[in-house]
Design a protein around this ligand. Structure first.
Ligand code: SF4
Ligand code: SF4
Length: 391
């Protein structure tokens, strides 16, 4: 008998209704657990495959002991939606969907971990995880003289909440704008009436808030007449491409690395200034494994004179290890010896790289933090920041 039979029918029904139907395809081989980045952390037990999760959910629902309950709930939020398990599961089980389903149930019971509840209310109240004023969304562009998108322009540029509001990350948006201007790309900023794409909300279970914010964005983008939307974050990219169509979105996203690679190919930008550094490119899960964009960022980096791209086929491209920032991981404060980002940084260090390049603001924050904690001398840069320095 399938172990799933042993959990209460109430929980079983709830998981199916919340989108975790694929759990029934699992035959419990355990491969996903050994591929999960938490397995590499070493001192963390995270049996992600479905039966333990269902049992754990049952334990959460049944528990009356507050501390134990909080611990059990926190464990269910370890999954960072990296899709490594899905990519290699012999039954193609989508663990991300199962985790979402479980978390949606917990959200219905008002049982999100405190950090995620706090961040969800910031999203709900002002439309960004930092809790900053919506009208300041384009303040990063002050002094750059960039227009708001209007009809006839080619791209609407969507900077993502993290570069829009974060002091370190706004340099990514600024670098992108400079590159686009150098290449004479026709673009305007998406106006400040949009809120976060809300990918992370959906992944950590706050489905109702996701739908509300996403619907608002779909309406605003349609009203602005934007058909081609250029994004900095792969989280926005995957949400616009794979999630928003169910809400009636008709616009197509382009990630900046895709456009940069095209501009280089067409010689609309020519990197000339050398960067004599060894660079490791980290494939963000949402760009690589989830959307197959592996070559474009490498094309951009390889076009920079003097730059030496160091790779390790064991943990590059589809074998990339997550930064740990997905599905709410960015806001969860795991002890420093329990961080996936540190596993990744250690791999990068072993390649001898001086710069860890990536194309995702979440990854940059996670790696910056781990590198600081590990006291290493590795710079973390977005592809746009390296490219602008080479022009
Ligand atoms: S790898 Fe797939 S089939 Fe095997 S336990 Fe994990 S989800 Fe189930
Ligand atoms: S999606 Fe990633 S973090 Fe979540 S269970 Fe699968 S491998 Fe682990």
């Amino acid at each position: 008998m399938n172990n799933l039979e042993s959990i209460s029918s109430e929980i079983r029904e709830a998981i199916i209704e919340s989108g975790g139907k694929e759990a029934f395809e699992c035959y419990e081989c355990g491969m996903c657990m050994s591929l999960c980045p938490w397995f590499q952390v070493g001192n963390v037990q995270f049996p992600c495959y479905r039966t333990p999760q269902n049992v754990r959910l049952g334990a959460v629902m049944a528990s009356e002991e507050k501390e134990e309950l909080a611990k059990e709930i926190a464990e269910l939020f370890r999954c960072v939606a990296c899709d490594n398990c899905k990519a290699f599961c012999p039954r193609h089980v989508d663990m991300g969907d199962i985790m979402r389903a479980v978390r949606r149930i917990l959200a219905e019971y008002d049982s999100l971990p405190k950090e995620l509840k706090d961040v969800a209310s910031k999203f709900y109240n002002v439309g960004n995880p930092q809790g900053d004023a919506p009208e300041k969304r384009n303040d990063w562009a002050t002094g750059l003289d960039l227009p708001i998108y209007k009809s006839g322009m080619e791209y609407g540029y969507w900077a993502c909440c993290l570069p829009a509001y974060d002091a370190r990350l706004k340099n990514i948006a600024i670098s992108t704008a400079k590159i686009l201007n150098t290449a004479k790309v026709s673009f305007g900023l998406v106006d400040t009436n949009v809120w976060c794409c809300s990918e992370t909300l959906r992944n950590f279970g706050a489905e109702k808030v996701f739908k509300e914010l996403a619907q608002r964005n779909v309406t605003a983008i349609k009203e602005a007449g934007i058909n081609k939307i250029l994004v900095t974050s792969p989280h926005c990219y995957t949400t616009f491409k794979n999630e928003y169509p169910e809400l009636g979105a008709e616009f197509k996203p382009t990630h900046t690395v895709q456009l940069f690679a095209e501009l280089i190919k067409e010689k609309r930008i020519v990197p000339q200034k050398p960067i004599k550094k060894k660079v490791f490119y980290h494939d963000p899960c949402t760009l690589g494994r989830q959307n197959g964009i592996y070559d474009e960022p490498r094309t951009v980096l390889q076009s920079i004179p003097g730059l030496k791209l160091v790779e390790n086929p064991i943990f590059s491209r589809e074998y990339s290890v997550c930064c740990g920032g997905g599905a709410g991981g960015l806001w969860q404060d795991w002890p420093k010896e329990e961080r996936i980002a540190s596993v990744r940084v250690k791999q990068v260090k072993d390649t001898g790289a001086e710069i860890l390049a990536t194309a995702c603001p979440y990854c940059i924050l996670m790696f910056d933090d781990s590198i600081k904690t590990m006291n290493l001398d590795i710079e973390v840069k977005d592809v746009s920041e390296l490219l602008v320095d080479a022009l």
